[in-house]
Design a protein around this ligand. Sequence first.
Ligand SMILES: C[S@@+](CC[C@H](N)C(=O)[O-])C[C@H]1O[C@@H](n2cnc3c(N)ncnc32)[C@H](O)[C@@H]1O
Length: 255
Amino acid sequence: MAGWDPSQYLKFAGPRARPALDLLAQVGLEAPESVFDLGCGAGNITRIMAGRWPGSAVTGVDGSADMLAKAQSGDDAITWVHADLGHWSPPAPADVLYSNAALHWLDDHETLFPRLVAGLGQGGVLAVQMPRNHGEASHTCMVEAARAGPWHDRLAPVLRPSPVAPPEVYHDILAPVASALDLWETVYTHALDGDNPVVEWTKGSALKPLLDVLEGEDREGFLADYTGRIAAAYPKRADGTTLFPFRRLFMVAVR
Ligand SMILES: C[S@@+](CC[C@H](N)C(=O)[O-])C[C@H]1O[C@@H](n2cnc3c(N)ncnc32)[C@H](O)[C@@H]1O
């Protein structure tokens, strides 16, 4: 699994939290007994879930020891589990399986999503948000920069150009195993401060696995190439902010 840097990821904790909360708002259960946050990262959303359902057993699951170390630094009653979601199942049928901005790191969604629904009790809810920005410059520039220099052989194996399929694919995967299904997309227009904020944003997520396999001049060259493309694609506005449109796919499936 790719390494994660909680402090880089949390630089944009505010705008990254917005879709997490929009997803959580669509989980209609009043008092679920067991709640799991899959790919919980630094645990900031897990804690919000524990606050919403104070009587529930809340568990955060993540494959990154660095992210979990940050999550565990809070003083709370949440259980933290270090596991690869590619092999994980809940210990007993769950009421809520929630995942914000994590499942796009896993392959084979045709198998993964029905397996997660099978881990729910009757009436349980699978709630998932995944970025679907891979056709936008933030991500296409990554692929272009990866192919534009002597680093391309090392980057080719870690490039994931479109890990998230269109909504209808998830409809076809989930409708046969769900009693109710809601799918929607939102494009957020984040107004970011600072210099090269889109690069700072992707450094905490999709760009990181690429940077991690490079070092020295190649790392600098690739990052400079990507930064130049991004600066042209996302110019600063007159007020000094940079607008970063970001498409995200949401789904809420009830078993
Ligand atoms: C972008 S972060 C999202 C963190 C959190 N859900 C949030 O909304 O702030 C993605 C998280 O998914 C985790 N992750 C990615 N692939 C995983 C896997 N196969 N198993 C477990 N966790 C995984 C990463 O370690 C990371 O913490």
